[in-house]
Design a protein around this ligand. Structure first.
Ligand SMILES: *Cc1c(COP(=O)(O)O)cnc(C)c1O
Length: 231
């Protein structure tokens, strides 16, 4: 099992490197976030033993159990799910990067908790790049003004953008969405030159991460291709 797991992880790392090099990029500029939602702490431990050190979780309660169980390990935890403002305290305490800032109330709640802890919390702004009614995220046309509103908050550092494009069976069909997010990212980077840490583009999942890397992803979030199907 462990061997098979290691082979699966090596395969993903190879595919990331290959996609990066094909796009003329340095593979070490891409962070793999292993999305461990629904899988137990033992599985995360096995993936950590196989060489992975950054894990993504969607639910605070579920994550806290694993974070506690694995507290002896040096693991980076990223929060990638929809975050309720009343969970901001736990999120700030336990996650190195929050990918899903999508509204003012949440940005304020996170900033407030961070300040209380004398910390600056790195965050990404989630963009609803496909303008889907069922998805959270800031409308692409409103992202610059949203960042303008929150960039003055002490306690958070805006590190970049994140998006989950509409589901497509063929990864090529996701390319226009990745392109659109990358374009928005560049526009904001130029417009907000004072945001010196604005450098991360979190996009690409199991089915389409190579296309996302070709379009400029610096963080890919991969679950199924590493851990298998979720139940
Ligand atoms: C579950 C999830 C992923 C991983 O999806 P896979 O298709 O299993 O790789 C990535 N990003 C977010 C935000 C998720 O919720």
């Amino acid at each position: 099992m462990q061997l098979e797991f290691k082979a699966r992880i090596d395969n993903i790392l190879n595919r990331i490197s290959k996609a990066a090099r094909a796009a003329g990029r340095d593979p070490s500029d891409i962070t793999l976030v292993a999305v461990s939602k629904t899988f137990p702490a033992e599985t995360v431990a096995a993936a950590n033993d196989a060489g992975l050190d950054t894990f993504g979780e969607n639910y605070v309660q579920e994550a806290l159990k694993k974070i506690e169980a694995l507290s002896g390990r040096s693991i980076h935890w990223h929060f990638i799910g929809h975050l309720q403002s009343n969970k901001a305290k736990a999120a700030v305490k336990h996650f190195q990067l929050i990918h899903s800032i999508d509204r003012m109330t949440l940005a304020k709640a996170v900033a407030k908790e961070a300040k209380k802890n004398r910390k600056v919390q790195p965050v990404l702004v989630q963009v609803n790049i496909g303008r889907e009614k069922t998805k959270s995220g800031v409308d692409p046309d409103k992202t610059a003004s949203f960042i303008h509103e929150i960039c003055g908050l002490d306690g958070i550092e805006i590190r970049g953008l994140m998006a989950i494009p509409p589901y497509t069976r063929n990864p090529e069909d996701a390319r226009p969405y990745f392109k659109a997010l990358a374009r928005l990212f560049e526009k904001i980077r130029k417009e907000f030159s004072e945001l010196s840490g604005f450098s991360e583009l979190s996009m690409g999942m199991s089915g389409d991460f190579e296309v996302a890397i070709e379009e400029g992803a610096t963080i890919v979030r991969i679950g199924t291709a590493i851990f298998g199907e979720r139940r």
